[in-house]
Write a protein that binds this ligand. Structure first.
Ligand code: NAP
Ligand code: HSE
Length: 434
């Protein structure tokens, strides 16, 4: 048999543990697909005393990261530590030592992709990253290889499993935000710092990677208009349901008139649409290409085994020599910066959901409507419910759906309303996609 592909695995937490299990428990299948054994030489962790998968021989475990990364017998370093500190140093060291790298680390690629891919090019090595976007869903290969004949015109994705898990639990099981987040962490979906999941940063990192692949532009995640789910009120989840919609954290990119619009935000989606029906930690990405039309990719986007599945796909591709061609051919992060190619968010048109808490007295609705009219935003429908409870009998929620309007105009109208005497509390708004 051909020489084994030797691996140094950095990190044996949720995803690293899944990779270890897959390598040992499906050894025969992996060897057949790879054409040679994939051999774990070192598994690097921080705390040697923590429990690890039973199948992992203890002598493979080490806390000596540098020795593992530089071991001359190692061909591939698999980075599953996370973050942009030690992980970045380890990846750069590995490439300079002549190793290929496999990583699931979207933050690292979104923030330091240019440096990492340039280092890989100089070292004539590749960085494979299928696991970095949408876990087990093969969206990197789909966009960069299978849809290569297309100009991609739009991407709409549910790219963060933790947020989708929380929104599903709030919408379908009446759980609080806090309960649902704790459960997502317990299941291993969340980042070490879950703020990245719930404030939209993780989805923005993934969108930046997809934008690079689909549109050939290098976008700093900070340039992506971003809102998270942390302040979503269960009242709005209920109103969205009542209106026949679901609230989803959506990452979106559209190309029109040569300009690219990018956004991560909670959006109301009509309940009958495919993306509205994505539940739990699942991810889904709708990609439109000028030749193929609409495509939809779906699967588990977070968690131990779905992500390990994507890591192993890259390892098998490296073992057979495919990844050396496909990833090297992407010319990643050497293409044009997004710069002037990005559309100003204020010009992006959308329908909007607006929820206000208002004094239940004459003239308030008229004042609110005037703010919208002054900004040329047209109202599609209005719902005013009964008082919230007995103690606040003079205060009611008011929900307005608008027709499509430029985002800047709508936000200006919402800002004007804030100073109206009849408005009791901050307004809540989301765009609506049908
Ligand atoms: P995790 O469960 O927190 O595991 C991190 C691992 O890295 C642990 O084994 C930890 O060691 C090790 N580690 C941390 N600092 C270290 C250091 N200084 N030296 C050596 N080892 C160190 O993280 P994860 O959820 O598996 O995520 C790993 C990566 O995959 C992240 O980039 C994440 O964004 C990405 N990802 C995660 C998922 C998911 O569903 N979890 C899905 C897709 C992508 P100890 O075990 O000793 O603490
Ligand atoms: N924390 C991420 C999520 C892991 O919840 O989607 C998968 O990238």
């Amino acid at each position: 048999m051909t020489e084994a592909l030797n691996i140094a695995l950095l990190g044996c937490g949720t995803v690293g543990g899944g990779v270890v299990k897959l390598l040992y428990e499906q050894r025969e299948r992996i060897t057949t697909r790879a054409g040679r054994p994939i051999q774990l030489q070192h598994v690097v962790v921080r705390d040697l005393s923590k429990p690890r998968p039973n199948c992992l021989p203890r002598e493979r475990l080490t806390a000596d990261l540098e020795r593992a990364v530089k071991d001359p017998s190692v061909h591939v370093v698999v980075e599953l530590i996370g973050g942009t500190g030690i992980a970045r140093d380890a990846v750069l060291t590995a490439l300079r030592a002549g190793k290929h790298v496999v990583t699931a680390n979207k933050a690292l690629l979104a923030l330091y992709g240019r440096e990492i891919h340039e280092t890989a090019r100089q070292a004539e090595r590749v960085v494979a990253f299928e696991a970095s976007v949408a876990g087990g869903v093969p969206i990197v290969a789909a966009i960069s290889q299978s849809l290569a004949a297309n100009q991609i015109t739009s991407i709409q994705g549910i790219l963060n499993g933790t947020s989708n898990f929380i929104l599903t639990a709030m919408s379908e099981h009446g759980q609080t935000y806090e309960q649902a987040l704790l459960e997502a962490q317990r299941r291993g979906y969340a980042e070490a710092d879950p703020t990245l999941d719930v404030d939209g940063s993780d989805a923005a990192h993934k969108l930046a990677i997809l934008a690079q692949l689909a549109f050939g532009v290098s976008v700093a995640p900070s340039a992506i208009d971003r809102r998270g789910i942390a302040d979503i009120d269960s009242m709005d989840v209920r109103f969205a349901n009542e209106l026949g919609h679901r609230i989803k954290l959506l990452a979106e990119a559209w190309l029109s008139d040569g300009l690219l619009a990018l956004q991560v935000a909670p959006v109301l989606l009509r309940a009958s649409t495919p993306l509205a029906q994505i539940r739990g930690s699942a991810n889904a990405i709708q990609v439109v290409g000028d030749v193929v039309g609409e495509t939809l990719f779906y699967g588990l986007g977070a968690g131990e085994m779905p992500t390990a599945s994507a890591v192993l796909a890259d390892l098998i591709d490296l073992a057979v020599g495919r990844a050396q061609r496909t990833y090297a051919g992407l010319k990643l992060w050497s293409l044009r910066d997004a710069g002037s190619a990005l559309r100003d968010a204020d010009t992006v048109r959308s329908k909007f959901y607006l929820r206000l808490i208002v004094a239940d007295r004459p003239g308030v609705l008229a004042d609110v409507c005037r703010c919208l009219a002054d900004e040329q935003v047209s109202i599609a429908s209005v719902i005013q419910h009964e008082a919230l409870d007995d103690e606040e009998a003079d205060v009611v929620p008011l929900v307005i759906l608008t027709h499509a309007a430029p985002g800047g105009r709508f936000r200006a109208a919402a800002a004007r309303m804030a100073s109206l005497p009849g408005i009791k509390g901050p307004s809540v708004w989301y765009s609506v996609a049908d």
